[in-house]
Ligand binder design. Structure first.
Ligand code: PBE
Length: 298
């Protein structure tokens, strides 16, 4: 707990007189509190069911210097609010961060180096289906198998959706990329209103991908229902056949633990995009570069 105004307003000399009078020990004013002390040894996280939450919990185990640190979970909006207020006051903060996400456009941020490799390498976003989906709906399965795009495509929709609904941003992207989109459905029989349950996540990256694939499937005659749920729920729903298909999971690291738990009962159709990144993220104004620079409590 940092002392507030009285000490800050006094010169060092008067401060030491004041402290001497109260019998306190003299402290040099350049004895900055450590990063850990300033942050109360807390990493600012997001939803408890997010894959990055499980991955960060593993980091707390794998880094000796994080022994005594804790991960505060809340929501992505909550984390962004805390980032905004710390950044505005140029105060230290360590968040669980990822790209693509507009936070890197909005603030000057950096990933902390991860020498233990807990947060893995740049990852892949996978398409997955429930058992039996290919037999039940071969034309839908074929379109899902063809779905493939770039991080920049996803990022462009996320940026556009700052000023409009995701559906409109996705429709504009489809119009500008009609050739790519047509390659996903070329030669595949049209549907007659068959319904598809699409599972996704409540993060902007997945609002972008689910908006695109929903419009493509609906343009091809399917009736699509989208359910945005926590990764922990999505993998379970796929395994239990309550959801037909998804284009959301980040693997092998972010949601690897959920795939380990449910993978045998899910059809992994492989990557539809590559180049996502997760890790611990700090504002550029902080003079630390690695997770190992976060000091353990004394
Ligand atoms: N995320 C964004 C999610 C997946 C997409 C990295 C916050 C997570 O499960 O951690």
């Amino acid at each position: 707990m940092k002392m507030k105004t009285p000490i800050k307003l006094l010169s060092l000399a008067s401060a030491s007189l004041l402290l001497a009078a109260c019998g306190g020990e003299e402290t040099s004013d350049n004895e900055e509190a450590s990063i850990g002390e300033q942050l109360d040894y807390t990493i600012t996280g997001i939803e408890p069911g997010a894959g990055i939450t499980a991955t960060t919990e593993r980091a707390l185990e794998e880094y000796d210097n994080l022994d005594g640190w804790e991960l505060e979970t809340s929501s992505t909006a909550g984390m962004m609010g805390q980032l905004d207020s710390a950044y505005g006051n140029e105060e230290p903060i360590v968040i669980t961060g990822w790209t693509p996400h507009y936070k890197f456009e909005q603030y000057d941020l950096k990933f902390l180096e991860d020498p233990e490799g807990t947060f893995g390498e740049p990852e892949f976003v996978h398409t997955m289906a429930r058992m039996g989906f290919e037999e039940d709906m071969p034309n839908a399965y074929a379109i899902m198998e063809n779905f493939s795009w770039e991080v920049d495509d996803m990022q462009s929709i996320m940026l556009a959706a700052q000023d409009m609904e995701f559906d409109e941003a996705a429709a504009n992207w489809i119009e500008e990329n009609q050739e790519t989109v047509d390659s996903w459905t070329e030669g595949i029989e049209e549907a007659n209103g068959e319904s598809i349950e699409l599972g996704s996540f409540p993060w902007d990256s997945e609002r972008a991908s689910s908006a695109v694939i929903t419009q493509v499937l609906e343009d091809h005659g399917f009736d699509v229902t989208v359910n945005n749920v926590d990764p922990s729920i999505l993998f379970q729903a796929l395994a239990q056949g309550e959801v037909d298909v998804t284009v959301a999971p980040w693997l092998p690291t972010t949601q690897g633990a959920y795939l380990e738990e449910y993978g045998d009962e899910i059809v992994d159709m492989g990557p539809n995009m590559e180049g996502t990144v997760i890790g611990l993220v700090v504002p550029e104004y902080m003079e630390i570069d690695s997770i190992e620079d976060l000091n353990a409590p004394e």
